[in-house]
Ligand binder design. Structure first.
Ligand SMILES: [Zn+2]
Length: 272
């Protein structure tokens, strides 16, 4: 998008999206009957849906990061979240428990690292407010199934295999993997985004580091909304629930189309 970015239109699109997607999440939570005997399952699935919506809202509200430098970091996390959700929904209670156990194991491990580092400095672990707060949180996690702490990969497999098992290998191949290039600062990302040809013709076309300012691209917002929509659709299929509130994604697609028509109409006046 050029220097004549239609900020006012974009602001309206974002506000509408945030309002509708928030309502969609709330409606799903309200319609899902909670079985307290399977509390962990409801908490994990509810948290992952809310996470997906939170990431989309954070991206939507920050149009200056709708570019190839930053947006892929958020989108990659959203595809990761979707793969986790899809895999968990394949055996919800058992896999929600594994997910919690792994998270608690990681937290416990981190606390041990904190304590070791305090000990190495000769400080008293008992006086440390961070250690105390983290231990209190860990001890407050009272699930009846908690007997062991697992510090390995939580699903016992990797994202690719999870995506295969959960029927979303296309998302892995076409979104998770390419967005990983930006997330992990790999050569095929940095060479495109952070190098430019040297202007000195005697330097045999080597490339030099650049900080490139990228124009904003609505496609990143569209994708974030698409990944929320995917998560909602999957949830609805697996729970058999039917929603009646308007789709934030459909509304967004319509708004983007209208905006594009407006922009193209300005660029290419009809001369016939
Ligand atoms: Zn040079």
């Amino acid at each position: 998008m050029s220097s004549e970015t239609p900020w006012k239109d974009i602001d309206g699109i974002v506000r509408s999206y945030v309002r509708l997607v928030t309502r969609e999440l709330h409606q799903r939570w309200e319609k899902w009957s909670i079985d307290l005997a399977r509390r962990e399952m409801h908490e994990v699935i509810g948290a992952l849906l809310a996470r997906q919506v939170s990431l989309a809202i954070q991206l939507a509200e920050a149009p200056t990061i709708w570019n190839g430098h930053v947006a892929p970091l958020i989108l990659r996390s959203m595809t990761d979240n979707y793969i986790n959700l899809a895999w968990i929904l394949g055996d919800p209670l058992e896999r929600s428990r594994k997910f919690i156990l792994h998270g608690l194991g990681q937290e416990k491990l981190h606390i041990e690292h904190l304590k070791a580092s305090l000990n190495a400095k000769g400080l008293d672990v008992g006086d440390d407010s961070l250690v105390k707060a983290r231990e209190e949180w860990l001890n407050s996690q009272r699930y009846t199934f908690l007997t062991e702490v697992n510090v390995g990969a939580w699903s016992g497999t990797d994202a690719r295999k999870m995506a295969e098992e959960a029927g979303c290998i296309d998302l892995y191949n076409h979104a998770y993997a390419p967005f990983s290039a930006a997330t992990h600062n790999m050569w095929h990302h940095v060479a495109k985004y952070n190098l430019a040809p040297c202007p000195n013709p005697l330097h045999r076309f080597h490339r030099i580091p650049v900080i490139r300012s990228e124009p904003i691209d609505l496609d990143y917002l569209y994708r974030a909304a698409k990944y929320v929509k995917k998560a909602f659709t999957l949830f609805d299929e697996r729970t058999g629930l039917r929603m009646d509130c308007p789709s934030a994604f459909d509304d967004l697609c319509q708004a983007i189309e209208t905006l594009n028509e407006k922009i193209n109409g300005q660029e290419d006046p009809d001369v016939s």
